[in-house]
Design a protein around this ligand. Structure first.
Ligand code: 5GP
Length: 186
């Protein structure tokens, strides 16, 4: 028997805002081998969000400096703000044999695929755009204009689903969670 650590691996969860990615991911966090990537963003923190836990909140200048320094494995502009995945924590988690989960939008996923990053790419799809709107309104974190922008982006993002390894339709959260756990081998 080998006493070496299991190999780490990456899971990329993507799909429109309001598809329920975060709810699915929240459950995955309960598995001890799972670690979540904390992205950097220039978006203003929402009321309950904690710097360093939900995101690393940066101003645009600092974000751009880190892009130049090569600190991100991908980054994208979404609804007027930058979002990006930091390289160093991912490399550390993989060396520790963790299942490292990224929750990102579709442009960033495309960059990772194009870069050749080996990962399980999962698209979490909403049952419909009407349902996305309903969820964004119920979440209460975005104003009406922002919700309209997110719906517009979601409609475009849905076109990307064929480029993923798996599509999980989140019409029933418990079922969607079980499906993802199975795909990821948790
Ligand atoms: P929100 O503002 O709702 O937190 O996030 C907006 C969108 O950006 C969501 O689809 C979310 O998954 C995505 N996102 C969060 N972090 C990253 C990241 O590091 N890179 C990319 N490309 N997208 C991200």
């Amino acid at each position: 028997m080998s006493d070496s650590k299991p190999l780490g691996r990456v899971v990329v969860m993507s799909g429109p805002s309001g598809a329920g990615k975060t709810s699915v991911c929240r459950e995955l966090k309960k598995h001890p081998r799972v670690e979540f990537s904390v992205s950097a963003t220039t978006r203003a923190p929402r009321e309950h969000e904690v710097d360093g836990v939900d995101y690393h909140f940066l101003d645009r200048e600092e974000f751009e400096r880190r892009v130049e320094a090569g600190e991100f494995i991908e980054h994208a502009e979404y609804s007027g703000n930058y979002y990006g995945t930091l390289r160093a924590p991912m490399e550390r988690a993989l060396a520790e044999g963790r299942v490292y989960v990224l929750e990102i939008e579709v442009q960033g996923t495309k960059q990772l695929r194009d870069s050749g990053l080996e990962a399980t790419y999962i698209f979490v799809a909403p049952p419909s755009l009407d349902e996305v709107r309903r969820r964004l309104v119920a979440r209460g974190t975005d104003d009406a204009a922002e919700i309209d922008r997110r719906i517009e982006i979601a409609a475009r993002e849905l076109d990307a689903q064929s480029r993923y390894d798996h599509v999980v339709v989140n019409d029933d959260l418990d079922r969607a969670i079980r499906e993802v756990e199975e795909l990821v081998g948790l």
